[in-house]
Design a protein around this ligand. Sequence first.
Ligand code: UDX
Length: 430
Amino acid sequence: MKKICIIGSGYVGLVSGACFAELGNRVILTDNDESKIESLKKGKIPIYEPGLDKLLQKNKTRISFSSSIKEGVLKSEIIFICVGTPPCDDGSADLSNVERVAAEIAGNLNSYKLVVDKSTVPVETGEWVKTTIERNSSKKSAAAFDVASNPEFLREGTAIHDFLNPDRVVIGVSSKKAEKILTELYKPIKAPIVVTDIKSAELIKHASNSFLAMKISFINAVGNICEKVGADVTKVAHGMGLDKRIGRAFLDAGPGFGGFCFPKDLEAFYWISKKVGYDFGLLHEVKKINEEQKKNIAKKVEDALWIVKDKTIAVLGLAFKPNTDDMRMAPSIDILNELNSKGAKIKAYDPQSMAKAKELMPYIRYCKNVEETCKSADCILLLTDWEEFKNIDFKKIKKILKQSILIDARNVYDPGKMKKLGFIFKGIGK
Ligand code: UDX
């Protein structure tokens, strides 16, 4: 049993805390947002992540919440930094939260601490965390500490499964003691543990996310060629993916990647590469293709409707992917802003993200279900492949539509079947 303090109770912090407790450790989850901590104490979870509420409840005897970093640090040996690293205007990662937390840890070194960075940060952050702690601690009373990097690879919607069943655990350390503590902590998890130096661990995270984003942009670009020549991107992805060197995962063409990780990590990796003297232009192209893909979707709607002004578009799904309520950098935002600017009337339904979407897109008429959304619409636009959209009775829906036009931006539906039902149907890359 290890004594763990998590600083930052957002997606990564809450999931990691709940999972470390599940593995038998004692966890103090902290956050500087007092109202969030008060809600968590009452059992209210600020995010939608399947299974998280149950896991926190199941392990409640091992988990406590505090708005005091000091309390968490004093009572723990391993301190995980899980604070946000949002993008600055120039694309670099804003590391001020990380610096503030490191300085606060420094004032509370009552015994040996292992300070582990789990937030996604650019290479060399570990060094800065170490320097910040050294600069802010009183040399006489402060105990020894180590800094380590342990990047997370959690996908929203399946974060708990990803934490407990990862493909690998990456640990970047600079001492044998830190390596021992972290390998013991992760021992119950059946996955290879990759031990590296701190900088390599930091790079593994940025390189992994950028590579996955590159796969998505690559297949979206291939999809655009497929449309021009009359090929099918799903078949191309299948044929490519059977090659073990390529792999089928992350080759689903769609409306472009969103979320708080890929767009931000791609930018930050490009920025840090430039800073150290290398122009990683490939990353720039990955972003460009992603931005164009969102425009392509809006254009598909326009091409199908001819005049967009005053036409009603029924949007199914707003979140950047299913099983999350997260709207951050969701492709739906750019796509629908574009259609709204052209005078379309937009109705939408998403099983989880509508509360968050309302703040970003107040011009949408939010509906209770698929039927209400589709009633009298000129066109259906599917943007997120939620399970409940996969079995829609389109025979029934067709009767309440004004025009039978369906744009499937996730390639969920069978084009042949939809055309048979009488829909003007457009998928992606087909
Ligand atoms: C990602 C990484 O997968 C995870 O390892 C990391 O640490 C955090 O960022 P997440 O942002 O939760 O996770 O979502 P992910 O499932 O990776 O999807 C990201 C985006 O890519 C979504 O918008 C999704 O719809 C899109 N996507 C994914 C595609 O368009 N096609 C694909 O084939 C896969």
